[in-house]
Design a binder for this molecule. Structure first.
Ligand SMILES: CCCCCCCCCCCCCCC(=O)SCCNC(=O)CCNC(=O)[C@H](O)C(C)(C)COP(=O)(O)OP(=O)(O)OC[C@H]1O[C@@H](n2cnc3c(N)ncnc32)[C@H](O)[C@@H]1OP(=O)(O)O
Ligand SMILES: CCCCCCCC/C=C\CCCCCCCC(=O)OC[C@@H](O)COP(=O)(O)O
Length: 217
């Protein structure tokens, strides 16, 4: 119900979605889906391709946003306390079990916050631990940059097209916690390349963006 309502918002905002690779989602079983997160507008992009039985991880502050918080709660959003890694880890361990018991998919924004600067922030590892703990497929989804039609700093908000790509699933069978750092980095590099390709923007070296937090692939 929520998805069908939010999907109509694109007509009000003059946004078009061009989706590729949706057939990649046609794999049975629980999975973790990770995507980039630029703005609240992502909620439209999320609902545009949301598979059945899929819930999202959200910051707990969203629960206290009145009716919207209530809708999210009823929609199954899993709220985490980003300020407490141990608390978030405990919640997410429970999620891994629920994914298996109830065959659900979980959508995570691994940047952990919105970022509209035309690049990806370094990834948090929770989503990748989750996929490994559940031994579930990991899907990566990219939305092209919004900067050409939406830029709050420049007070720009016009109609525009968002290119979306669902990449091939990555298997995590046999991976352990020790593989998470490598898995995270591999996904980051692939997703960043795809983001720049979809956005039609030049790729900048990682070091200049993130002060060397991640090595240049
Ligand atoms: C009318 C219309 C109404 C419309 C309604 C629409 C509904 C749609 C709802 C959509 C909701 C969307 C909400 C979007 C958001 O809120 S995004 C923000 C919240 N989400 C996240 O933050 C997820 C991403 N973050 C993570 O996954 C983090 O990893 C986190 C678990 C939160 C921990 O964060 P942090 O400590 O800052 O980061 P690290 O990743 O660096 O982790 C630190 C060390 O802990 C290890 N770790 C992390 N997770 C685990 C785990 N699950 N199990 C074991 N270990 C874990 C990690 O490896 C780090 O250790 P090392 O450095 O590797 O030693
Ligand atoms: C000016 C643009 C306004 C357009 C709004 C149209 C989109 C409407 C779609 C759904 C209605 C509201 C749903 C609210 C859900 C908000 C999810 C969200 O984006 O939370 C932010 C969170 O991830 C990270 O927070 P921070 O970046 O760390 O703080």
């Amino acid at each position: 119900i929520i998805a069908n309502i939010v999907k109509t918002f694109k007509y009000i905002y003059g946004l078009r979605f061009e989706v590729q690779g949706l057939e990649n989602f046609e794999v049975e079983g629980p999975c973790v889906i990770v995507s980039n997160h630029q703005s609240i507008l992502d909620m439209m992009g999320l609902m545009e391709i949301l598979p059945d039985d899929c819930v999202q991880i959200g910051k707990k502050e969203l629960l206290y946003t009145g009716p919207v918080g209530l809708i999210m709660y009823l929609g199954g959003v899993i709220f985490i306390n980003r300020k407490s890694t141990s608390n978030a880890k405990t919640v997410m361990s429970g999620v891994a079990q629920t994914m298996l018991d109830e065959n659900v998919k979980v959508w995570v924004y691994p940047e952990g916050t919105r970022n509209g600067n035309g690049d990806l922030l370094p990834f948090k590892k929770g989503a990748f631990h989750l996929a490994v703990q559940a031994q579930a497929n990991l899907f990566t989804v990219l939305y092209s940059s919004f900067t050409s039609f939406y830029n709050p700093a420049k007070k720009l908000f016009i109609s525009g097209k968002i290119r979306v790509e669902v990449l091939q699933p990555i298997e995590t069978k046999g991976l352990t916690a020790e593989d998470v750092a490598d898995l995270t980095e591999r996904c980051y590099c692939t997703m960043r390349e795809t983001f720049f390709r979809l956005s039609g923007t030049a790729r900048e070296p990682l070091a200049s963006r993130h002060n060397g937090l991640l090595p240049d692939p």
